[in-house]
Design a protein around this ligand. Structure first.
Ligand SMILES: NC(=O)c1ccc[n+]([C@@H]2O[C@H](COP(=O)([O-])OP(=O)(O)OC[C@H]3O[C@@H](n4cnc5c(N)ncnc54)[C@H](OP(=O)(O)O)[C@@H]3O)[C@@H](O)[C@H]2O)c1
Length: 322
């Protein structure tokens, strides 16, 4: 069947609204997308900086969809595999290589549909899947978050980072953040963070240690030179979860890791089990995702550029009315 969609036709272009033919695979159902959300992955793909890009492609890993009269969130982490510890070789993310949610319709296996939390609007719910899942696994399955842990989350303007902050605060943890923007730090404090630091300050690590002391759990998606400061602020036995490489290569001093028993956990999205537990946690704590702005899908280009320029605080959501 044909679907209207925002279609990406090549690298360094913006998606354009058009129509594509979706051939329904026998193990999938066709569902109507009500709202969707951007992730940094969509920006990397738009810039041609992602493996295995095929054109034309409908991006969009996050969607809230209508199916058989109900509203469902899609778990975009497909074919995780049998081992809870890591994903298998058939793992895929919805929205490349398979067509994603920036469309009127998307096809998906029924098992990836999860009822929408009742306390959320369509646009709030659309913000959850990829970022919420990544944050949840980074904190709980990987860093083994305990209530007594002091938590540091870098780059709080980011979609995943904000979920990590909300989850840790809901869990009862004392949370500190970093950002390039004073305004974003103030917004995080208004949401319950105990304090914030500018990651562009050369002495950020010294500031953290002097004013609030070492951190038990650190969540990062930047890597780069600044990562060594995250090791410096880690407590003895500290756990660092890293899920992105926005800045790039890191330089680490081994002694700071082994002498302090600091562990670094690489993590990507999460298993089906992580997704179920995340939704349960969101329902239990009545967590409301932070939505920076809702764009009509026709303005997807503006939304992608806003994310590329890091102007957002929270998720950028699309309303999928064509
Ligand atoms: N492995 C996975 O499963 C997975 C899942 C989701 C995302 N990711 C990756 O994780 C990264 C973030 O994704 P997202 O969707 O949350 O992106 P996003 O919403 O676009 O957020 C990016 C954030 O990165 C922060 N940042 C930039 N430079 C930084 C630095 N030097 N130090 C610390 N933070 C910095 C910025 O924070 P401020 O605005 O506060 O300065 C910015 O808001 C991307 O690289 C993405 O590809 C990986």
């Amino acid at each position: 069947m044909k679907t209207k969609a925002a279609i990406l036709n090549g690298p360094d272009q913006l998606p354009i609204i058009g129509e594509l033919d979706l051939k329904l695979e026998s193990n999938k159902v066709m569902v109507k997308v009500m709202a969707s959300a951007l992730n940094h992955r969509d920006v990397w793909i738009k810039k041609g900086m992602y493996g295995g890009i095929i054109y034309p492609i409908i991006l969009g890993s996050d969607g809230i969809v209508e199916y058989k009269g109900g509203l469902f969130l899609i778990n975009p982490g497909l074919n995780w595999g049998n081992d809870e510890a890591f994903h298998g070789s058939n793992f895929e993310i919805l929205g490349l290589p398979s067509h994603g949610c920036f469309a009127e319709y998307v096809q998906i296996e029924e098992k990836y549909l999860h009822p929408k939390p009742d306390h959320l609007s369509l646009t709030e719910a659309a913000a959850i899947p990829l970022a919420g899942l990544t944050a949840f696994r980074a904190l709980f399955a990987k860093a083994q978050l305990k209530k007594s842990d002091k938590v540091f989350i870098s780059g709080i303007g980011g979609g995943v980072a904000l979920f990590a902050m909300q989850f840790a605060i809901a869990n009862g943890n004392e949370v500190y953040v970093s950002s390039s923007s004073t305004e974003k730090i103030e917004k995080a404090i208004a949401l319950g963070a105990k304090g914030g630091f500018n990651y562009k300050d050369e002495d950020m690590d010294k500031q953290v240690l002097k004013s609030v002391g070492p951190m038990d759990v650190v969540i990062d998606s930047a890597g780069g030179k600044g990562f060594s400061k995250l090791v410096n602020i880690s407590n003895k036995g500290g756990r660092i979860s890293i899920y992105g490489g926005t800045v790039g290569k890191m330089e680490l001093i081994p002694q700071k890791l082994f002498w302090n028993h600091v562990s670094i956990y690489g993590t990507t999205m999460g298993s089906d089990q992580d997704f179920k537990e995340m939704i349960k946690f969101i329902n239990f704590h009545k967590i409301k995702p932070i939505v920076d702005e809702v764009f009509p899908i026709q303005e997807i280009g503006a939304a992608l550029l806003k994310m590329e320029n890091g102007q957002q605080f929270g998720k950028l959501v699309l309303s999928n009315s064509f």
